[in-house]
Write a protein that binds this ligand. Structure first.
Ligand SMILES: [Zn+2]
Length: 355
């Protein structure tokens, strides 16, 4: 259906498939979708899909809405109060006995975190249909929290209704979060084994933990944001680690380079050190770290009454090797003296290991 025909169809009050509606919305032609005649269970699925795309939902089915759907509604053209369905982040389904003691406080805590919370209409009484109430909530909210308590179970829900809670999904996402309020796993199992298997949050953990858990599901972008912050912190931490091997900074000092120029000297646990970028000693994990074969060994016989007969000298054959000076070492034989020099080289060349 082309755009023109689609708009004409809408003007006539005909029902269009969701793909067409989404396309029209993408083109900026409609902002509202009338969901009055959408049937459950497809209804909550479509509602979730459409709201995820930024479409507003209305449930009036009046001529006014149908007409309005045919053209973009500017910010100034407010719909009559009470007629436009508001979008909520979360609705709370609960036994009305739990309102004062818990639900009100939870709602306030969520509101304080900036969420739109809808709960007055979901105070359940004996004889209410749980599933109907949940369906109603989900049309206009992204998620539902169900407070499972002794009062809640006392409403005599059918097993089917309770089990159904565990399985409600919108667009493949679980959208019902059970909260356990003063009930144990055994209690929940008694009413619905399936529901008991669902990951739930216990209100015993305190309101902050409950809000955080709800937030994780309702607002994953916030959690993502947290990951980003962690990554950034990790990055900043890298500044305090050797860039070759990750060894931590052991010393950092400001040094006077000249009369009016100062720089930073840093030393890391692996041995890497530099003064304002000029390398004093390389990290053992740096590919440019001198190899043993970059040194030439020479010997000198010690004359006189000395305890050691020989001294071994290591002379760098490359610039890098010359930069890592190895101390001369004594020995009763040339080999022994040379081994002492090699030992000191190995001490410098030993890579840092995370402990
Ligand atoms: Zn290093």
């Amino acid at each position: 259906m082309d755009r023109r025909n689609a708009l004409v169809a809408i003007q006539k009050g005909e029902k269009l498939d969701q793909e067409t509606l989404l396309r029209l919305h993408d083109e900026g032609l409609i902002e509202l979708v009338d969901v009055t005649h959408f049937q459950s269970p497809g209804r909550e699925y479509i509602a979730g899909l459409l709201t995820a795309k930024g479409l507003r939902l209305v449930e009036i089915g009046s001529e006014a809405t149908t007409a309005a759907m045919g053209k973009p509604i500017g910010a100034g053209e407010a719909m009559p109060a009470g007629r436009v369905v508001k979008r909520w982040d979360v609705f709370i389904s609960y036994a009305h006995e739990d309102k004062e003691e818990f639900v009100h406080g939870l709602a306030e805590a969520l509101k304080n975190r900036g969420y739109e919370v809808w709960y007055d209409s979901f105070s359940l009484k004996l004889g209410d249909s749980l599933r109907e109430s949940i369906d109603r909530g989900l049309i206009e909210s992204r998620f539902g929290v169900v407070v499972l308590s002794q009062n809640f179970f006392a409403k005599h829900w059918t097993n089917r209704e309770l089990n159904g809670l565990a399985a409600i999904e919108v667009a493949g996402e679980k959208v019902i979060l059970p909260l356990w309020h003063g009930v144990t796993h055994a209690d929940v199992v008694e009413y619905s084994p399936i529901l008991a298997d669902r990951k739930a949050i216990n209100t015993m953990e305190g309101i902050d933990r409950v809000v955080a858990a709800i937030e994780q599901v309702v607002n994953p972008p916030l959690a993502e944001d947290l990951h980003e912050k962690l990554d950034a912190a990790e990055e900043r931490l890298q500044e305090y680690r050797c860039s070759y091997c990750g060894a931590p900074l052991s010393e950092r000092a400001s040094v006077q380079l000249s009369e009016n120029d100062s720089g930073t000297a840093e030393a890391f646990e692996c041995g890497y050190s530099h003064v304002d970028g000029s390398i004093q000693r390389r990290c053992p994990s740096d590919p440019k770290f001198p190899r043993l074969q970059d040194y030439e060994f020479t010997y000198r016989e010690v004359t006189g009454d000395a305890f050691w007969k020989w001294e071994c000298f290591a002379t760098g054959k490359t610039e890098e090797a010359r930069a890592l000076m190895l101390m001369r070492a004594p020995g009763s034989t040339q080999e022994e003296a040379r081994q002492r020099v090699i030992d000191s080289y190995n001490g410098y060349a030993k890579p840092w290991r995370r402990r």
